[in-house]
Write a protein that binds this ligand. Structure first.
Ligand code: SF4
Length: 421
């Protein structure tokens, strides 16, 4: 979501005649687009602001947008007096106001709606992968999560608006569409005639666009995996055979405390249904270890589900108490030392899964999407349909953005391959 927001902020400022620079010292306006999901991310924002306020040139505008802006509000100006603007994730389209009135302090952390989508300019050139938000906010209220506070209650964008964005992305260079939302598969929009649209309708409509070859979506909530959405994995080949469906913990007791779906058998049944319609589908998850009151037995259940589902490409974190959340006030907070040990053990399991899956790809041929050059400039980096990184030697001929690649080698973190001409 922040990548999308960053692209839109850049497009908006370009319309006002600004160009991007990588040098803080050259910039007339410096914007930190921020994430508040973990305490460490918020801390990093403030330490970066401390560095930037010393490095920036006199008169340059400095501000934060996104979830830390929403979390901090006016306090941000107290902590960093040099700040000129603080704009929440639903109000960063107000940014041009600070260009008109650079001597004011601009604060807007309103959560009132999706008005920003009407105000943001359309992209005139899209990257190969276009991120398209279809809904914002979340109603699930997991007890550890600050998102319902920073991004607000769940709102789905009108079907027509999303499809217009998708068509525009396709016409301006996108090959892959990634639908975004904090609770992306909870997307539901009823139009003026009373017709209900769901994520499966967006996928079906987008797949009709000849320019679009790959479709994916993130992040999914397990119990929102409705039958129509599961079935479309078997019907629509452009939908990638890869799904991030976070379980967070393998312990029903901890899931209950997290206010997450705690029926592990129901979760497994969804995976089974997905595999029955798309046998090659692979699943990834997010995990939190060291949630308040998590004991050794709970943690063993997390290891067990990681082994059983054989998740690939998962994200694992130590629980981090966040303001405005119920879990931060719970008793039996787990020590950092225990969290670290559990994280290490879980990562060993997740890495083993990933290595095993990557190795199983050797000798396979996959159509992969060009991502860029590697740091040496001697290799090209592609993304497989399972979102693995695949490195190939740079050929001496022009390549197209989609290439058939034969996988020749693999380790835990990436694949090696050869382009099939
Ligand atoms: S479903 Fe995701 S975004 Fe929503 S509250 Fe839970 S963790 Fe946060």
């Amino acid at each position: 979501m922040n990548v999308y927001d960053g692209q839109r902020i850049a497009a908006m400022l370009e319309k006002h005649g600004l160009v991007q620079t990588d040098n803080v010292e050259d910039a007339d306006i410096i914007i930190l687009n921020t994430c508040a999901v973990r305490a460490k991310a918020t801390d990093k924002v403030y330490s970066a602001l401390g560095r930037i306020r010393r490095a920036k040139k006199d008169g340059a505008l400095l501000g934060i947008v996104g979830c830390v802006a929403r979390e901090s509000g006016a306090d941000a100006f107290k902590r960093i007096p040099e700040l000129n603007f603080v704009l929440g994730p639903q109000s960063y389209h107000k940014l041009p106001e600070i260009l008109k009135n650079p001597d004011t302090k601009l604060l807007n952390i309103d959560m009132s709606g999706l008005e920003k989508f009407d105000e943001l300019p359309q992209m005139t050139k899209s990257p190969l992968v276009a991120y398209i938000p279809i809904q914002e906010g979340c109603n699930h209220c997991c007890t550890y999560c600050i998102v319902p506070y920073t991004r607000g209650r769940e709102l789905s964008r009108p079907f027509k608006d999303v499809i217009n964005d998708t068509i525009n992305a396709a016409k301006t260079g996108a090959i892959e569409i990634c639908f975004l939302g904090q609770n992306v598969n909870g997307y539901k929009y009823t139009d003026e005639k009373g017709k209900l649209y769901k994520l499966s309708d967006l996928i079906r409509e987008t797949a009709k666009l000849p320019e679009i070859h790959r479709i994916r979506f993130t992040s999914s909530y397990p119990t929102e995996m409705s039958d129509d959405l599961i079935e479309i994995f078997g019907q629509e080949p452009k939908l990638l055979p890869f799904l991030n469906m976070p379980i967070q913990s393998g312990s029903p007791r901890i899931l209950k405390k997290m206010n997450r779906p705690d029926d592990i058998d129901a979760y497994k049944a969804i995976v089974k249904k997905l595999k029955s319609v798309r046998p090659n589908i692979q699943i990834s998850s997010d995990f939190i270890v060291g949630f308040p009151d998590e004991n050794d037995e709970d943690f063993e259940q997390t290891l067990q589900i990681a082994r059983e589902i054989k998740y690939i490409n998962s994200y694992s974190f130590k629980y981090s108490p966040r303001p405005h959340t119920a879990a931060a006030l719970m008793g039996n907070q787990i020590s950092e030392q225990i969290k670290s040990v559990r994280l290490q053990r879980l990562d060993l399991q997740l890495n083993e899964n990933q290595r095993e899956f990557n190795t199983s790809c050797i000798e396979q041929e996959m159509v992969c999407l060009f991502e860029g050059n590697d740091k040496t400039g001697k290799h090209l980096v592609f993304r497989t349909p399972y979102m693995q990184q695949c490195i190939v030697d740079k050929p001496d001929y022009e390549i197209t953005p989609l290439q058939k690649i034969k996988i020749t080698d693999a380790n835990k973190s990436c694949l090696r391959g050869e382009i099939i001409k």
